[in-house]
Design a protein around this ligand. Sequence first.
Ligand SMILES: [Cu+2]
Length: 285
Amino acid sequence: MTRRRAIAGSLTILGALLSAAVLAAPARAASEYNLPYGVTPISHAVYRLHMLAFWMMCGIGLIVFGLIFYSVIFHRRSRHPVPAKFHENTVFEIVWTILPFFILVILAVPAARLLLRMENLRHSQLTVRITGYQWLWRYTYPRYGINVYSRLSNSSLAAVQYGRHLSPYAVPHYLRSVSHPMVVPTGEKIRLLVTGGDVIHAWWVPALGLQIDANPGLINAMWIKILKPGVYRGACNQICGWGHGYMPIVVVAKPPQQFLEWVRHWRAMHRGPGQGDFPPHPLGL
Ligand SMILES: [Cu+2]
């Protein structure tokens, strides 16, 4: 009797602690720890798929752990000193074979459809070629004849090189800011052609719901359509050498008119043969 009371007591305390933890966590925290909702139709679809899988796992976890706790509590040895000796149950065997099959189908169908949608490049309005190098990114806009070399910002670079004299905490967006961002228009379907110039890199921006491998000798294509103007930060997400941490990604999405303004400005500023030059090495080697 006392043992049962102890079990019931500890379960009550555990439940109270768990519900307190859930209630105490503000709604903002949930969105901080969860997959980002992002700013593109693809990132929204990825989020919905993620939540579908999440709630299905919650349901499965609830059933499985519920059964375990039920058995531990109500079929413990003090209650049933002599164990039951039944064996096999055809109905259960069939149910727990068919049920996981349907769970897999429910997850696989939307996942496959989303993959196809991610790779559907039809009706793209703009193409940006992205090339990863050790350790910077190049953005080429074939339509406008623009080449943007995007390397670690000077402020972050100074903090890397003079770390003892310049605190990284004093640098805004330390290791997350670049010399020249990738500028794109909002609301347009943009085709991204991604490749590597030397070794394997990966172009990854969480808010866009994308990570595209940048492999030398291979072009990977995906598309984005940014719905909200803003600054979206990412990073190379494939270990590519010692400077891997020094090639962040910054995407600036502007309304189409402002984007064209940027194009005009860029072309005026970078006329002549110099504009395609490969910049010096980010860390001065
Ligand atoms: Cu890299």
